[in-house]
Design a protein around this ligand. Structure first.
Ligand SMILES: [Zn+2]
Length: 304
């Protein structure tokens, strides 16, 4: 597929495996240094790297000149190299997957539109959504929602593997994303980033761009996780926590402990469903505190 190759070529500036370049050797060394962390894995490698970059960028701002400032700049450069390796496979696969899925949605190739099964219709009605069909996509072992078209897309293998109860739970979870307008929550990391960039305004431009990218990556994690927990919560209230737990266990049985930037680990989500979900109000308070706090910091710093 030529478009896919074109997308990959856009990323040509990223170093390619075989993993024998200086960057990868540096990363191996870094992994050994932080390897004491019991749960150190690719996710934490990415998080540590962006946290390192953010700290170094902030420190650079506080040191006026001299050898320490040069040292911090060097540290920043090293962490920027680490960031490339830590995020390499993640960014590449995610971008390629995103383009592949978008392309198929546009061409409607390998997509079957089915009338909504009665069990799901009940869920849609309870959510107050007038939905009549569900899309089944070949070769995708996942489910996602398209908020603009108000459509839930299931991967065919997943759709065939899940029990009726688990299907209802996944459907309810995806509808909860649409109904709760969770895509709008993604504005939050941008607002926080904006405040941070004001604080970092005296950084050299290259540093500002790299640190800003790292900051956005980090700030988007809690927001994405929060929308997942909110959707789980809504789904559990409609179809029961048991069905949602069953769905999560069937969805990715070999990756129960895998954390990603977009989703908490399935085992964590199950634990949350068992002990009862976080009240929505707490999330709202946390968002408000984060937003107000970051802008207050800007006003205090810029004003003084
Ligand atoms: Zn979700």
């Amino acid at each position: 597929m030529s478009l896919l190759r074109a997308v990959r070529d856009v990323f040509f500036f990223l170093p390619r495996p075989p993993e024998n370049g200086v960057r990868w050797r540096l990363f191996e060394f870094y992994k050994r240094i932080v390897g004491f962390h019991r749960r150190f894995n690719t996710f934490w490698a990415r998080v540590y790297t962006v946290v390192g970059l953010i700290l170094l960028a902030s420190l650079f701002n506080t040191v006026p000149f001299g050898i320490i400032r040069a040292g911090i700049a060097l540290g920043f450069l090293i962490f920027a190299e680490l960031l490339v390796v830590a995020w390499y496979s993640n960014l590449q696969t995610r971008t390629v997957d995103w383009f592949r899925t978008t392309l198929r949605l546009m061409t409607k190739k390998g997509i079957e539109k089915r009338p909504l099964p009665p069990a799901m219709k009940v869920v849609a009605e309870k959510m107050g959504k007038d939905i009549t069909e569900v899309w089944i996509m070949d070769g995708l072992d996942n489910a996602f929602s398209l908020p603009v078209w108000r459509v839930v897309v299931f991967g065919r293998p997943l759709f065939e593997r899940l029990s009726e109860n688990a299907l209802k739970a996944v459907f309810a979870h995806e509808l909860a994303h649409i109904r709760g307008r969770h895509n709008l929550l993604q504005i939050l990391p941008w607002l926080i980033l904006w405040a941070q960039l004001v604080l970092w305004r005296s950084l050299p431009l290259q540093m500002l761009v790299i640190a800003g990218f790292a900051f956005y990556l980090l700030a988007s994690i809690p927001v994405s996780w929060m929308s997942e927990l909110l959707a789980d919560r809504k789904a559990a209230s409609l179809v029961g926590a048991g069905a949602m737990i069953e769905a999560l266990e069937t969805l990715c049985p070999n990756e129960m402990r895998t954390l990603t930037e977009t989703h908490p680990s399935p085992s964590g989500r199950i634990k949350r469903l068992r002990i009862g979900s976080v009240p929505r109000g707490l999330f709202a308070i946390w968002i408000a505190a984060w937003l107000i706090g970051s802008y207050a910091l800007v006003f205090l710093t810029v004003g003084s």
